[in-house]
Ligand binder design. Structure first.
Ligand code: GLU
Length: 364
């Protein structure tokens, strides 16, 4: 991270609440020192911290079989303890930002989140970000803070993402089961083979595992963000990072990163509906404007500005895009055929999706 200017560091629940009975400072001191030293060197830092559920769980009996409502209550109670714990380490102010996927996938709210992060950084305030577990439903949540940290890194235009794990990095096989497992120091392309190496979640605390860390790395490197998976339990990790060395696995940023809006659409936005086009329709050849005539079917209910999936009749996923039309209006226009009213509407609104609002997908 020699050339880093803005980093996101993600800390898992096992580091902040290792015994799940409140927050402990045992592993946090070296991390807090790292944050302070980065800032002293002029590197801007954003902290993505888990731990609200783990920190709040001791306030409730029967945590093993806790219902979702109780887990949300744990998160609400533990979040303040988690923030207070971090605050004790710093003599500069910090700010709490709680996000859901529902916030990140809404372009207006996403832009507002970006502005808030930039303003906090401009004023020397440390943003501390977590998922807003108290208000999420399955449909609204990111679900793990590894992926959340990658979305935050992209939103914040960071150049480096550091994910602190309980192992040194990515191994070619599970190091807890195989003594001859080897650490992979550098990854340039994330393939199926890399996902196979990630195996199953290993930690008992928190929701992520190596798989979600690889997913996060994939999101981040396509945005031009170098991503480290390191062992957050070892103090030496942070000295090595500051010295410009790699203490774990580094996933190297793509040399041809996606543009911000395209990255958001590909990795953060989720589709609210579908536009089906003919099988031979070539999105890349069309200079990516999609007119009403090219659409054979409209699926789902969506509003203007929502993200939709464009797919062919055979099911191939072609692109994600922001729609200029609601599903309601598209269905209405299809019924009108070529009446003057439908022409008038189409003339005034323009294409269904516009060139700058399209993210072509790898065919799948
Ligand atoms: N947001 C959850 C919490 O703070 C953690 C999610 C995760 O472990 O990745 O407890």
């Amino acid at each position: 991270m020699k050339k880093s200017k803005r980093i996101v560091i993600k800390i898992g629940s096992a580091l902040i609440a290792p015994e799940q009975d409140g927050c402990r400072s045992r592993y946090l001191l070296s991390i807090a020192q790292f944050i302070v030293r980065c800032r002293t060197r002029g590197i801007e830092v954003i902290l993505v911290s888990s731990g609200s559920v783990a920190a709040g769980s001791h306030l409730f009996p029967n945590t093993e079989n806790a219902t979702i409502a109780v887990k949300k209550a744990m998160a609400a109670a533990g979040q303040t303890e988690m923030m207070a714990t971090w605050d004790r380490f710093f003599d500069f102010p910090s700010a709490q930002i709680l996000l859901t996927h529902g916030d990140l996938r809404d372009r207006e709210r996403y832009t507002s989140i970006r502005e808030t992060i930039f303003t906090l950084l401009d004023h020397g305030i440390l943003p501390i970000i977590n998922e807003n577990d108290t208000v999420t439903t399955d449909d609204l949540k990111v679900g793990d803070n590894d992926n959340l940290s990658a979305m935050v890194a992209a939103a914040a235009d960071a150049d480096t993402l550091i994910i602190c794990s309980d192992v040194k990095g990515l191994y070619n096989k599970n190091p807890n089961l195989h003594a001859d497992a080897e650490l992979i120091p550098e990854v340039t392309v994330i393939t199926e083979e890399i996902y196979d190496m990630a195996g199953c979640p290993t930690s008992k605390v928190g929701t992520g595992g190596m798989k979600t860390k690889i997913e996060a790395a994939e999101k981040a490197i396509s945005h031009g963000i170098d991503t480290f998976i390191v062992n957050g339990f070892e103090e030496t990790t942070f000295d090595l990072l500051l010295a410009g060395n790699n203490p774990g696995t580094v996933f190297l940023a793509s040399e041809t990163p996606m543009q911000e809006a395209v990255h958001w659409m590909t990795h953060t936005a989720s589709e609210q509906g579908e536009l089906v086009v003919e099988d031979d329709y070539d999105m890349s050849d069309e200079h990516a404007v999609l007119s009403g005539e090219s659409i054979t079917e409209v699926k789902g209910e969506f509003s203007v500005g929502d993200t939709v999936l464009v797919r062919s009749e055979d099911g191939t996923r072609l692109a994600k895009a922001t729609t200029n039309y609601s599903s309601c209006l598209l269905n209405f226009l299809a019924e009108q055929d070529e009446s003057p009213i439908s022409e008038k509407i189409q003339d005034s609104i323009g294409p269904v999706i516009s060139e700058q609002d399209i993210a072509l997908l790898e065919k799948s």
